[in-house]
Design a protein around this ligand. Sequence first.
Ligand code: SF4
Length: 483
Amino acid sequence: MSGFIQGIGRQQDTLLPERLDDYIAEDNTVRVIDVFVDSLPLINLGFSTIPSHTGRPGYHPSVLLKLYVYGYLNRIQSSRRLEREAQRNVEVMWLLERLTPDFKTIADFRKNNAKAIKNVCREFVLLSKRIGLLDTDCVAIDGSKFKAVNNADRAFSKAKIERRRQKIDESINDYLDEIKRADRHDTKESRNTIIQLQKRLAKVREEAKRLEFLEAELLESPDRQLSLTDPDARIMATRGRSSVMVGYNVQTAVDATNHLIVAHEVTNVGNDRSQLSNIAIQANEVLQHDDLCVLADKGYYKGEEILACKEANITTYLPRTKTSNSRAAGLYDRSEFIYDSENDEYTCPANQILSRRHRSVEQGKKIDTYYASAPVCRACRKKEHCTTGEHRRIRRWEHEEVLDELDKRMANEPTRMQTRRCTVEHPFGTIKHWMGHTHFQMKTMNRVSTEMSLHVLSYNLKRVISILGVNELIEAITNKSYA
Ligand code: SF4
């Protein structure tokens, strides 16, 4: 090895013993974790800091919290791996002051402090706001599906049970036919075949019984789904190559300037249609903006949600979903009928007036119906492009003006959707990459939410470090007047 850089001999004594602190550079991220966790009001956030008076003393919550923040920041999420890191990783030794909790203690901490960990995540968002990184008036909202521990084979919907039952029925019929055929020959070989087939048939019948039992259980669940490993996970459609997955739908609101995650929520609803106002209001609780602007994609388009945002002084930008049956049938689209709010009437492409005729209530929404009289439409030369019925009916929700205003905003500011795309895709991509494109470690909604909070905290922490740098962030955390 001569001619190469030489290491220091393992048995070599040092005159001045090295300190653990010497191994941790001044701008090491682990120093931020240390300062941040030490600055937290742990009791207010929901951690128990009272030592038990009996048995062996436990670990202070700040020790285990530091370990988890370090773990999620460095793609180490499992409690067993964190236990190992505490024993061999110099950064963790420094962070925990050489404490080495066992995996059970580590796992229990995450399990038992769900709410407090979520509060820590929120506390970092508030810190980012205090230091001026969340002065934005605009957030982009998006949802992404994350895999649950639950295997797809252990999740059932009504349609899936139906498909399986059909296959089982086919298998039973096939086995019965084969047994019949084998029964025609009275040989030793055929008798053996029959015994084998009967064994397989019994197994298939057992599976049919299990399916019946699962179906009964499934019918009791409100959304007609059943997951055996993680009861809260749901079968969801995805845009990826495998079109369905068993998992959770995670919603985030990301600020359009620094791309920090302002609010997040884990749901087990397979679509985004009812999520807009909830996550937008959560984001505004943090940002406290008088007229927050929210960008979302068409999957969030739902009148009631857009109205709820308006009532909370939140301005929405999202494209209308194009589900017009008329256009598909080659007839005039609804947008070609112009509404006159003063007179409460529509003008059709043939310049005729469609008056309000009656009001009905559909799924809790008050809907008005407008149409011209039958003789007017009958005499119209454009009728073949307009309707196949007696007259064309236009339906209007009582709060339709909210949607009309949204359409105008979208037409006036077409670049908003580009901003949305550039803002929301980065955080989900990064978090999934850190997770290693695998599933959550924990089961059930509450615990999965805790895990997501740790991911979001790590994402935000890394993002702020890349904007400010380690030393400035430490200065911001320790100096309350920093801005
Ligand atoms: S059919 Fe009736 S509603 Fe349609 S364009 Fe003619 S007059 Fe107007």
